[in-house]
Design a protein around this ligand. Sequence first.
Ligand code: AMP
Ligand code: MG
Length: 498
Amino acid sequence: MTDPIQPLEGLVTFDNTYARLPDGFFVPWRAEPASRPQLLKLNESLAAELGFDPDVLAAAAAEVFSGNIVPRGAEPIAQAYAGHQFGGFSPQLGDGRALLLGEVKDQQGRRLDVQLKGSGRTPFSRGGDGKAAIGPVLREYLVAEAMHALGVPTTRALAAVATGDPVYRETALPGAVLTRVASSHLRVGTFQFFAARDQRDHVEQLMHYAIDRHDPQAADSENPALALLAGVVERQALLVSRWMLLGFVHGVMNTDNSTISGETIDYGPCAFMESYDPASVYSSIDHGGRYAFGNQPKIALWNLARLAETLIPLIDSDEERAVARAKETLDGFPEAYVREQLRGSRAKLGLRTETEGDAELFQGLLELLEAAGADYTNSMRALARAAEGDTAALRSRVETNERAESLASDWITAWQARLSKEPEATSAGDRIRSVNPLYVPRNEKVEDALRAAEEGDLTPFDRLLERTTAPFERVEGFDDLTEPASPESPPYRTFCGT
Ligand code: AMP
Ligand code: MG
């Protein structure tokens, strides 16, 4: 291992603006050394976008992305945050197994965080070991990159490195570190951390920092706190509408996993729904179904209300007036959500024009899928052929019982009538194919790929990654990846013990 005191030269220009915030926002820290770091995956196109020097990277990727060596300009820190977890408030969470190295600028000049996850204990680790196992690291790598390819705002995966050290869960597992790239790691819980301690000046500093990173125009607003809140409301509404349109269940929408940037973060117990059911829950610890698929918009708004609470003193010195203005801003959520949802549902149905009744038409399709217990992704994709006149594939997916059969004929008739009013109805099939994916990271396929990876074979993982990062384009020889789990499989469960 290279001497850890010597910074690595020439990789990329790092900065760390967060490390210039006052004490209390973070703790400077070092990664636990990895004994035999080995590069599992490197996202070369993302590395290039971020301006990483390919030669330096080729020589040092495993050392850098395990945390063994620190690039020049990076200042590893563990960030402080709090959070509501399943509704209960924890005043201190923080980076218990992550370190923010700093920020780099991408080719468009956007400042992005680079963070190691699984790099060992920090002062925020509480009872945890600060580590991550290969399976969950590769899972986050895969799902984050798939989400990006699906057009969902998300943190990205830059690298996965096996540490060569064991991680103890139910059994000993190979340890790994994920390098995550994000517009920032600011969370609703970051604001809560200081608000819960009555550190109003810190909340204010955080607000300015967040505005600088995400809503620069809010700095000149008549009310910057309110303008920031409005920005987060808008981004979260867009984000959750994208999840809902894809059948994605995040699984752990705690306020510490709710970003100010509006990016999806933390792919722990997430899943893509197969049979359409708004009550779908995959997380083994979500007993009450708080984070069920259909609850996600409501929960996002609940989280935003927690953010608003922290900003009240900055919105107006008159509390009553501040609360009224915050509420008004939060009312922007349902408005933005409905707008994005409608825009997205029209696209999924192949519609380019807007007609009264489009929302109900989409709702009718969801009711049909639910009655049929049909696979969400495949049924949506089957609309493409159906728009071109061949409804057989769609029918075979949704006509699974008598009620569904009758709903299906009514729905298909109504949709075809609506499509026929489109000026360019002939291209509807291709438009549908460009938004309704063929390949999503299906739960069982992901598990199979991770199992092989844990045994040292990355071939199935690479195969799945390749298709799910070009999800709209059919490629011969990959039909197995589009198959839902067989009805005989036990219900899919995901585990937070990552
Ligand atoms: P998460 O469920 O991953 O969003 O994490 C919630 C909190 O638990 C955060 O403060 C994490 O840093 C912390 N945490 C999760 N796993 C570990 C671990 N293995 N060791 C230490 N802290 C952890
Ligand atoms: Mg988290």
